[in-house]
Write a protein that binds this ligand. Structure first.
Ligand SMILES: [Zn+2]
Length: 280
């Protein structure tokens, strides 16, 4: 279960409301060596000591990345891109047995972060933020499809027509023209838009571009409205209510629209489920 733009935004919103003004009393790290080896954690874990005594000023997100800003110039970056849990605790009862990072606040409450597999937990001061790949990628000039004012059909069209790659590359990964879309949202979006996952960005007709744009906005809006995808757990332990129209959940099932058996295709280093009849 990946945490993409909608879930990152839900968590950041809840954290901003719950944690703003809280002072960090201590920071504990566990079981992080594997993450550190692959560069998903600060090389020097003493960087996390600099979070202590900081007070949370605000929590924001862009793309899949959550940024916790402290009043001492430090930031905690969290991006559980391949799943994970970020939980708030008011007592010891609800504390997870395992976590990668735990912040204990001066008022006795705490926050734990546990990544399922790959993802990012990093502590940087304002001047060092650019060292973080996910920060550079998502807090960038790229369009955010979760922002109504910047993500206009005109701008999306402009960028899309310049791209001759397959839609997967255009929307997901390091060369994507937008932030916040991973393989999960991609499958849902292209199915709803009626587009084959191997279509190329520059080849889309006006109507197809419009369908793609509308389905991106729709998927993001509905995922936020319904509290995230159905495997997502929010800050308070509540499960999300959004079921993707297409994805691994449709394996060996028939398309609800045309009854064709759903197929699977390897695209851009990942598996994509799709309907061979509806997606052209
Ligand atoms: Zn179909």
């Amino acid at each position: 279960m990946s945490i993409e733009l909608p879930e990152a935004r839900i968590l950041a919103g809840q954290m901003d409301e719950e944690l703003r003004g809280k002072q960090i009393g201590s920071c504990s790290l566990e079981d992080y060596e594997r993450l550190q080896r692959v560069g998903f954690f600060n090389k020097d874990v003493r960087d996390f000591d600099r979070l202590v005594e900081g007070r949370i000023e605000r929590v924001v997100s862009r793309g899949n990345v959550i940024r916790v800003e402290l009043d001492n110039g430090m930031n905690l970056l969290i991006a559980p891109e391949y799943g994970g849990r970020v939980l708030y605790h008011t007592g010891v009862d609800t504390l997870l047995e395992k976590y990668h990072l735990k912040l204990d606040f001066a008022d006795g409450t705490s926050l734990t972060v546990r990544l399922a597999s790959m993802g990012i937990i990093q502590a940087f001061d304002d001047a060092e933020l650019e060292k973080s790949y996910v920060y550079r990628r998502d807090f960038s000039e790229k369009l955010s499809p979760g922002d109504e004012s910047e993500f206009t059909l005109e701008r999306f069209t402009e960028i899309l027509t310049e791209r001759s790659q397959q839609l997967k590359q255009v929307l997901v990964g390091k060369d994507a023209v937008v932030v916040g879309i991973s393989n999960s949202a991609f499958q849902d979006v292209v199915y709803r838009a009626g587009l084959h996952p191997k279509r190329k960005g520059s080849e889309l007709s006006n109507g197809e571009r419009r369908a793609l744009y509308d389905s991106m906005r729709m998927v993001i809006r509905e995922r936020i409205r319904l509290g995230g995808k159905n495997q997502f757990i929010d800050l308070y332990g509540n499960r999300g209510g959004y079921t993707p129209a297409m994805g691994p959940n449709m394996k060996q099932r028939a398309c609800p629209v045309c009854r064709a058996p759903i197929e699977r295709l390897g695209v851009g280093g990942g598996q994509v489920y799709f309907c061979p009849k509806c997606q052209k």
